[in-house]
Design a binder for this molecule. Structure first.
Ligand code: NAD
Ligand code: DAU
Length: 357
């Protein structure tokens, strides 16, 4: 792992992963390929922009020729593929871009990698790796009491987002099986932490609460997600790159099962404790139950025995401590927050999703 192409490195998890990799791998060269959609921001990487081990390239993963040139130019031996449209609600309002980026984009990367590594045989095959970052949402939804998903659970995606990620997973697997492309894949649960775009539940609730705006809870708020701090996700991906077996997929999860309403109430309690602004206390009075997400998955739960047994990975952050440090991160980064709040795409999204809900 010398020259690593990270796709979507200006987004939430990708930028955290680049920080992590530069910290832990002194001899590495990271090439970040990102289209800088509404979800990507170079603000997320300001502190590494001048690191000689880091190169940013603005571009689209759907452009196979361009990706091929990058692979060649930088002699890329490892691709870590994060780039995607990632927000379920947006996929419900406008699915097309999810099909383009998540399916066609992954196909395009696979084709470029196949040409460079397998057809042109540019690098020794044992040195190359395509790592695909995927989601637990490909497994569908669990009823109360149903066992957690394992790597063997059949796919049953419910939203256009989940279906597009499931398709991309199948494509990656097929390139491994048919062409012998050396791949690994991880399916991870809900991430939270620094640099998350505030359209997702946790940062949205933090920022709305600070502003004294309503805190929208979909339906009855009893949907369950399996929350994982983003640093734990980064550590797991790194471990899979180092020690994971080729052709394998690994589930990653946070080993916790709170209802959405509990998450929102916990954030309110943290803010009541630490926020200097007294006007909106108690913050839980801002909670508003709103119309449910269509087709809303009820419960997610990941069985992580494979990655813990084979690779020794366990999440380091508890949810309580992780939420506290996330709230503190948003409070201590007002410039980052205000830059996002000024983005027209952000304001437009809040209107589109919440105004006439
Ligand atoms: P994000 O939306 O924050 O970031 C996505 C990034 O991809 C952005 O920087 C965007 O500019 C870039 N991008 C989008 N289309 C592109 C294109 N055509 N070409 C190049 N770059 C493009 O997403 P995230 O939350 O960081 O998620 C990253 C990956 O992890 C996704 O594949 C997602 O499915 C997966 N995942 C996310 C979570 C989660 O909780 N956020 C959990 C499990 C898996
Ligand atoms: O499970 C992994 C997935 O987690 C990732 O693959 C996705 O990229 C990521 O966006 C996330 O999907 P979710 O739909 O679970 O995340 P979101 O933060 O949008 O919503 C979390 C839960 O909170 C979900 O049950 C919907 C609910 N919710 C969300 C928002 C934005 C609300 O109740 N109110 C809201 O305003």
């Amino acid at each position: 792992m010398k020259h690593v192409l990270i796709t979507g490195g200006a987004g939430f998890i990708g930028s955290n992963f680049i920080h992590y990799l530069l910290r832990i791998e002194p001899g590495i060269h990271v090439i970040n390929l990102d289209a800088l959609t509404y979800a990507g921001s170079l603000e997320n990487l300001k502190d590494v922009a001048d690191d000689p081990r880091y190169t940013f390239v603005q571009g689209d993963i759907c452009d196979t020729e361009f990706v091929g040139e990058l692979l060649k130019k930088y002699e890329v031996d490892t691709v870590v593929h994060f780039a995607a449209e990632s927000h379920v609600d947006r996929s419900i309002l406008g699915p097309r871009q999810f099909i383009e980026t998540n399916i066609m984009g992954t196909f395009s990367l696979l084709e470029a990698a196949r040409k460079f590594w397998l057809q042109e045989k540019s690098l020794p095959l044992e040195n190359v790796r395509f790592h695909h970052v995927s989601t637990d949402e490909v497994f569908g939804s669990l009823a109360p009491g149903e066992p957690a998903w394992t790597e063997e659970t059949p796919y049953a995606p419910n939203s256009p987002y989940a279906a597009s990620k499931a398709s991309s997973d199948h494509l990656v697997r097929s390139y491994g099986h048919t062409y012998g492309l050396p791949f690994t894949m991880t399916n991870c649960s809900n991430n939270y932490g620094p640099y998350q775009f505030p359209e997702k539940l946790i940062p949205l609730i933090i920022l709305n609460a600070l502003d004294g705006k309503p805190l929208p809870v979909y339906g009855d708020g009893q949907q369950i997600r399996d929350w994982l701090h983003v640093e734990d996700h980064c550590e797991a991906i790194h471990l899979v790159l180092k020690k994971g077996s080729i052709g394998s997929t690994y589930n990653i999860g946070g080993e916790n099962q709170p209802a959405n309403l509990t998450i929102v109430e916990t954030i309110c309690e943290i803010l009541d404790e630490i926020s200097a602004n007294d006007n909106h206390k108690p913050h839980k009075n801002l909670i508003e139950f709103v119309k449910d997400r269509p087709g809303h998955d009820r419960r997610y739960d990941m069985d992580t025995h494979k990655i813990s047994g084979e690779l020794g990975w366990r999440p380091r952050h508890t949810l309580t401590e992780g939420l506290l440090n996330t709230v503190n991160w948003y409070l201590s980064h007002p410039e980052w927050v205000s830059a996002i709040r000024q983005k027209q795409e952000y304001k437009g999204w809040l209107d589109a999703n919440y105004k006439s809900r």
